[in-house]
Design a protein around this ligand. Sequence first.
Ligand code: GDD
Ligand code: MN
Length: 242
Amino acid sequence: MTTIIIIPTFNEAENIAKLLRDIVVAAPDVHVLVVDDSSTDGTPDIIHRFTLENRHIHLLVRPNKTGLGDAYRAGFAWAIERAYEAVVQMDADGSHRVADLVTLLDVANSFDVVIGSRWVKGGKIMNWPAKRYLLSKLGNIYGRLMLRIAIKDATAGFRVYSRQALENAQILNSTSQGYVFQLENSVRVSEAKLSVQEIPITFVEREFGESKMNASIVKEAMLKVTFWGLRGRILGHNLFIK
Ligand code: GDD
Ligand code: MN
């Protein structure tokens, strides 16, 4: 199976080198594409140096920071064009552990989508402030209720999609900008009736740099989930997959 990990970055200079080094050691055959939104802290230069030393590592620099959704769509399109069979999503800041990556890849062959999940038995979150913990927990409960999805960690950003799954769930047609991108895709995956396996992970809050989560990301998520939930109930058919 040819596999590529897509890592979106914005100002992750303190984190990206360690992650790339750890991936190369733990999964030497796996390719990596970092999608950087023109970070101002030197992140692209660090990645560029890796690309010169390791032909499995690639860098896609986008001119503007237009959100996680656009960064991932650009990365997915890049991966689909090059016919990778499995496509991984992973954060750059160390929250998604390479040890868990290996576990996800081990089972990726058997499912359309594998999700590294915080909200299943055995899943853990370390070092999150109470406020953030509550936001994720309530966000997941509200999202799952409104959108009627069975995925327990529907906002998770640690996933493996088969190429076929990306195509069947029409992920490139998604429209979300911020972190609600993950929820939208959870709905797409459910509507496309793909096989989904949630694997418990330990999510470790970043030690360096800052989360890019902000009020407008939360607002987009609240508005979209509410709108989709109501639309789904009124129309009574799928939201995204015809
Ligand atoms: N290219 C790009 N553009 N990368 C971005 C952008 C953007 O606009 N916004 C965030 N990122 C990158 C960060 O640099 C990091 O590698 C990753 O996306 C996750 O961003 P964080 O800001 O660290 O996210 P978080 O820790 O607050 O949120 C986590 O939980 C969310 C809710 O469950 C992530 O796992 C999210 O993916 C998840 O949706
Ligand atoms: Mn983070």
